[in-house]
Write a protein that binds this ligand. Structure first.
Ligand SMILES: NC(=O)c1ccc[n+]([C@@H]2O[C@H](COP(=O)([O-])OP(=O)(O)OC[C@H]3O[C@@H](n4cnc5c(N)ncnc54)[C@H](OP(=O)(O)O)[C@@H]3O)[C@@H](O)[C@H]2O)c1
Length: 223
């Protein structure tokens, strides 16, 4: 399957890597649902990419009811979903575990872990029904980093969810492939000091979105 004409859902599409991926998928001829909390940014991006093949859906991925509303909007507009890119994420202030505020800890796991689970929980049934799907969970190389316990834990959880879901799908749903993607260190609101452009993530993301049936599932890739 090529990306042309596919329905792609991207979370965290209001900036950084998510916005770069949204642009790239739209340029490949995909229909792209843009999810994030800042609706105005999504509207501006949708207008720039072409309103006829984009859908801006202000959504807090940490809120399952909101994610289900987004799913309903995508299915009402296009009836299917082929690719889900779980990219939304937050990075809390650096500091040792014992100084991390419980609120920051919860917020990080709510967004980076529960948000990924909620989106897979919401969009997988349509993929199962159509017998096709590609899920890309944006992870990190920071999985055991001192000073970033909550973030590291959250990205470990993303990798574990990816691996477990792949095993669950393996026997009966071979054409649904789930991947973790470490994007490298790229310039964004989260990483203002990083050297690389978020567009460096595009080639690998497009490749994972178009993996052929039988390709490895549950694997962690580097951009
Ligand atoms: N940049 C790097 O070097 C790097 C390295 C490794 C991994 N990553 C991962 O790459 C992903 C994208 O990060 P980025 O670097 O592009 O940073 P970014 O520019 O800060 O983008 C984060 C995106 O997530 C969205 N988001 C945050 N909380 C959300 C929520 N509750 N609901 C919906 N959307 C939410 C933000 O949009 P709103 O604020 O509008 O909601 C924004 O669009 C993250 O998962 C991050 O952990 C980045």
């Amino acid at each position: 399957m090529t990306i042309q004409g596919q329905i792609v859902v991207i979370t965290g599409a209001s900036s950084g890597i998510g916005a770069a991926l949204a642009e790239a998928f739209a340029q490949q001829g995909a229909r792209v649902a843009l999810l994030a909390r800042r609706g105005e940014r999504l509207e501006r991006l949708a207008a720039r990419l072409g309103a006829e093949h984009t859908l801006a859906i202000p959504t807090d991925v940490a809120d399952f009811a909101a994610v289900m509303q987004a799913q309903a909007q995508v299915l009402a507009r296009w009836g299917q979903v082929h690719v889900l890119v779980n990219n939304a994420g937050v990075y809390p202030p650096d500091g040792p575990l014992w100084q991390t505020s419980p609120e920051e800890w919860r917020h990080t796991l709510d967004t980076n872990v529960n948000g990924v689970f909620y989106c897979m929980r919401a969009f997988l049934p349509a993929m199962l029904e159509q017998g096709y799907g590609r899920i890309i969970n944006v992870s990190s190389s920071m999985v055991e980093t001192p000073g970033a316990a909550a973030y590291s834990l959250s990205k470990n959880a993303v990798d574990v969810m990816t691996a477990i879901l792949a095993k669950e799908l393996r026997s009966a749903h071979k054409d649904i492939i789930v991947s973790s993607l470490d994007p490298g260190w790229v310039h964004s609101e989260m990483s203002p000091d990083a050297p690389d452009d978020p567009r460096t993530v595009v080639p690998r993301a497009l490749e994972l979105a178009a993996l052929p049936k039988g390709a490895p599932s549950g694997k962690k890739w580097r951009a």
